[in-house]
Design a protein around this ligand. Structure first.
Ligand SMILES: *Cc1c(COP(=O)(O)O)cnc(C)c1O
Length: 386
């Protein structure tokens, strides 16, 4: 029996056709498909601008740079995230700190954030930027976080790598009402894919221009942005230190085609999540619990072992893997990674995140998970927890 993966892309004949069309066209990169993808993305989310890049990691890096994060700045994020959320700040020479999670939602705790901000103000260590992470596709309490940002003067980058297609207070994640920039990932395990890929969405023209400039070496062909007069038609100037973080047109075409199915994927993920909710309801586990104003995209279906569960998380993980069920753990707290320990973090720093890590496991969830596969998973989880 093949392993049932925890996540998997869905590629249709239309996706393949869209990619092949680009391969037969004049531009494999820097052509019209990237702009097409960007405008589809922005309008899907209800944001003014989208800038497509080669990964969410690149998008996070550029988002930090666009908000002028640099040496001397402090960036805060959640310890329960993929390492890239924190690394992006370190790339800019800033330092990183974490805000503990709320054990119910697995997202940054607003109470912990408030308390940490109080202390930071008293010690003159306020963050420049906060990167809240919408774990598993469920938005953080952005209204409260935005209010705190006004009070304490920090900027916000939403790491929505899990959350395209989700909504918050009736608007699509990415609409940008409560943040400066929102980042998506299009890695194949995420909701929609471009192979590798990511995007940064914003409602600010200024931020969009900076993101575009930094995505492509810091080079401009716009005379308005240059110093002096252009030498001629061939002329460009490098006005900042940028990167090559471009998405190809091949990937962008796949992105446009995938984006058309986002709502279908998210609805299917919610249906599968609801099946899990029913099938696992009587077991000693806590099931996903999102805020009232949140419609999750359900990138992940995470359960947490209750106090007094008959097996440890490791036993459950090994037991399910032995049955060819591709469970996973999202995530190992970032502050416990050896690299971050060397920066001074240690066990005990973020107790709720560590409690979460001891108990959490992600069950397979993707649009093509067959009903029989899901029944099998529910039966095996139930056996191990009986
Ligand atoms: C996947 C992921 C990233 C990184 O995405 P890439 O596109 O692989 O660079 C960043 N943050 C979170 C929360 C993620 O899940």
């Amino acid at each position: 029996m093949k392993v049932i993966p925890y996540g998997r892309q869905d590629i249709t004949p239309e996706d393949i056709e869209a990619v092949v069309d680009v391969l037969r066209s004049d531009f494999l990169t820097q052509g019209p498909s990237v702009e097409g993808f960007e405008s589809c993305l922005a309008s899907y989310c209800g944001a003014k601008h989208a800038v497509a890049v080669n990964s969410a990691t690149s998008a996070l890096h550029l988002a930090c740079l666009a908000l002028d994060v640099g040496p001397g700045d402090i960036v805060w994020t959640s310890p329960i995230t993929f390492v890239a959320s924190a690394n992006s700040a370190l790339y800019c020479g800033a330092s990183v700190d974490f805000v503990d999670i709320d054990y119910t939602t697995n997202n940054i705790s607003v109470a912990a954030l408030k308390q940490k901000l109080e202390i930071a103000r008293a010690t003159d260590r306020l963050p420049t930027v906060l990167i809240p992470v919408h774990m598993a596709g469920a938005s953080c309490d952005m209204v409260s976080i935005f209010q705190l940002s006004q009070e304490y003067g920090f900027r916000i980058i939403e790491d929505a790598s899990h959350a395209i297609g989700g909504t918050y207070v009736g608007r699509k994640v990415g609409a940008g009402f409560y943040s400066d920039i929102t980042v998506f990932s299009f890695h194949p395990v995420k909701i929609i894919t471009t192979g590798e890929g990511g995007a940064a969405l914003t409602n600010s023209e200024v931020l969009k221009q900076r993101l575009l400039l930094l995505r492509s070496h810091g080079i401009t062909r716009d005379a308005q942005q240059m110093s002096g007069v252009p030498d001629g038609g061939w002329y460009y100037q490098q006005i900042e230190l940028g990167f090559n973080y471009r998405l190809t047109d091949i990937q962008a075409a796949l992105g446009v085609s995938q984006l058309l199915r986002t709502d279908l994927y998210v609805a299917e993920r919610n249906r599968i999540a609801e099946q899990y909710n029913q099938g696992l309801a009587r077991l000693p586990v806590s099931l996903p619990q999102d805020l009232a104003d949140v419609y999750s995209s359900f990138h992940l279906y995470i359960i947490k072992l209750a106090d007094g569960a008959p097996v440890s998380r490791k036993c459950l993980y090994d037991g399910l893997r032995d049955q060819n069920i591709g469970v996973n753990v999202h995530y190992i707290p970032v502050h416990l990674q050896p690299y971050y320990r060397r920066l001074g973090f240690s066990k005990g720093d973020f107790p709720e995140a560590e409690r979460y890590y001891d108990r959490a496991i992600s069950l397979p969830l993707h649009p093509n998970l067959a009903p029989a596969e899901q029944e099998y998973i529910i039966a095996k989880v139930s056996e191990l927890l009986a």
